[in-house]
Design a protein around this ligand. Structure first.
Ligand code: URP
Ligand code: ZN
Ligand code: ZN
Length: 456
């Protein structure tokens, strides 16, 4: 299929320019001054008044995640469809092996689970324990095109690692030429605080943020940065939520250490006042790290602007209210997570670009180009240039919407952004050269995502 997109304004991480763009066999084959590409394409789209972005890359999603409260609400099919409605055309999810399971085997199993994914996809791989064969298992994953690894400093009872094992992972990944990503929260202290609250009968969602204070995120960030420095390993900190963490990240970056930071829209736009109210009102906002203070929101915006944060993920992990209710009498048992894979672009556009906090080019950099560069997908992804994949968004800057669980496409009966007004939405979403979404109507019945082999 050949598509010619005419009269649009192309936005890349570096440039804003008027151009026509020709897509053929899943690739961008030409980007030329308006009118310079002869109209031989099977289909022409007029993008007058529209902006054209590289398709979004969400580097942090959890589709079909097994938890004690059941699987997260979206599987790869429904989650990737929702992502496409929002303009995201590439997803990086996770491989979380069973204890004792070989990493490569777990990767193969997860690839099979993702075989119905409509967008291109990849995985960060989680060593959830240490064993003698781990360095060679890590090396094999890098060779198989999955060179990013995720460690958990929280969730010690299940997938979290002790410090000595964390250090070994950093060393093994550095040796293999990969990158470590980490969920940074000091697990032991959090468990102690959680247990103390429950013992005192303090069981409601209000105690969730109190059991996971910002200082415990910052301590873990500082410690992990030290491990990464010692091992000489590139390091990416997922879902940074707190101002105190940013100080350690900045210091490391100023020293010249390869430390990258991700945040998510909820840490920019929502705060801990959401934990005041009934269980029904507050449980949807139980996610980890928890929502912080308004001052943290402001500090994170500043970090997006000054470059301390390089990447915008969602940590998409929706659960139904019924699943959240597993923790009705014990906030520790509330399924942790919320969905927003569909909203990432429009939220950052509305509340970042339109409020003059970030430029359009920075918007593209945060939502697509830098995740592609950090995780070894650039310039196949994250760019609008001949040779890159034909993943792009034709963006209507005028379109206004109100976010609601009634109308979103994610499998979740609540939405943490319920009632949020947005301006700017995807008019067309094109993935692998095929139209997935046209004016909010689904056109992607012929889409098939591919596993992306990456190289850092
Ligand atoms: O609450 C969250 N974030 N759930 C998903 C798993 C994780 O910690 O990223
Ligand atoms: Zn996490
Ligand atoms: Zn996560």
């Amino acid at each position: 299929m050949c598509i010619l997109i005419k009269n649009g304004t192309l936005i890349t991480s570096r440039r804003t320019f008027a151009a026509d763009i020709l897509l053929e066999n899943g690739k961008i084959v030409a980007v030329e001054n308006p009118g310079n590409i002869p109209q031989q394409a099977a289909k022409a789209l007029d993008a007058s008044g529209m902006l054209i972005f590289p398709g979004g890359i969400d580097p942090h999603v959890h589709m079909h995640l097994p938890t004690p409260a059941g699987y997260s609400g979206d599987d790869f099919l429904s989650g990737s469809r929702a992502a496409l409605f929002g303009g995201t055309t590439t997803l990086i999810d996770f491989v979380t092996p069973r204890k004792g399971q070989n990493l490569r085997e777990a990767l193969q199993q997860r690839k099979a689970e993702a075989s119905n994914c409509l967008t291109d996809f990849s995985f960060h791989i989680s060593p959830v324990e240490w064993r003698a064969s781990m360095p060679s298992e890590i090396k094999v994953c890098v060779e198989e095109g999955a060179p990013s690894f995720k460690v958990y400093m929280a969730y010690k009872e299940s997938i979290g690692l002790e410090d000595e094992d964390l250090k070994k992972v950093f060393h093994a990944v550095a040796e293999a030429g990969g990158i470590v990503t980490a969920h940074c929260e000091a697990g032991d202290e959090i468990e102690q605080l959680c247990n103390d609250f429950i013992k005192n009968g303090q069981t409601t969602p209000e105690y969730h943020p109190l059991s996971r204070p910002d200082r415990l995120e910052a301590e873990a960030v500082e410690k992990a940065i030290g491990f990464a420095a010692e091992a000489g390993c590139p390091f990416y900190i997922v879902h940074v939520s707190a101002e105190v963490s940013l100080r350690h990240i900045r210091k490391a970056q100023q020293r010249g250490q390869k430390v990258y930071a991700e945040s998510c829209p909820h840490y920019l736009l929502l705060d801990d006042s959401r934990y005041q109210g009934t269980f029904e009102q507050t449980a949807p906002f139980v996610l980890s790290p928890p929502l912080r203070k308004k001052a943290d929101n402001r500090a994170l915006w500043k970090a997006l602007i000054d470059g301390t944060i390089q990447s915008m993920g969602t940590d998409h992990c929706p659960f139904s209210f019924e699943q959240k209710k597993a923790g009705l009498h014990d906030f520790r048992k509330i399924a942790n997570g919320a969905g927003s894979v569909e909203h990432r672009l429009t939220l950052l556009y509305t509340y970042g670009v339109l409020q003059n906090k970030i430029s359009l080019n920075r918007f593209v950099e945060l939502t697509s180009t830098l995740p592609a560069k950090i995780f070894g997908l650039y310039p196949q992804k994250g760019e609008l240039a001949p040779g890159s994949d034909a993943d792009l968004v034709i963006w209507n800057p005028q379109k206004e919407q109100v976010i609601s669980a009634q109308t979103h496409h994610m499998h979740c009966d609540t939405d943490i952004y319920e009632g949020f007004l947005t301006k700017g939405a995807a008019e067309y979403v094109i993935a692998g050269g095929k139209i997935a979404v046209e004016r909010n109507r689904w056109k992607g019945s012929n889409l098939k995502g591919r596993f992306l082999r990456r190289k850092i």
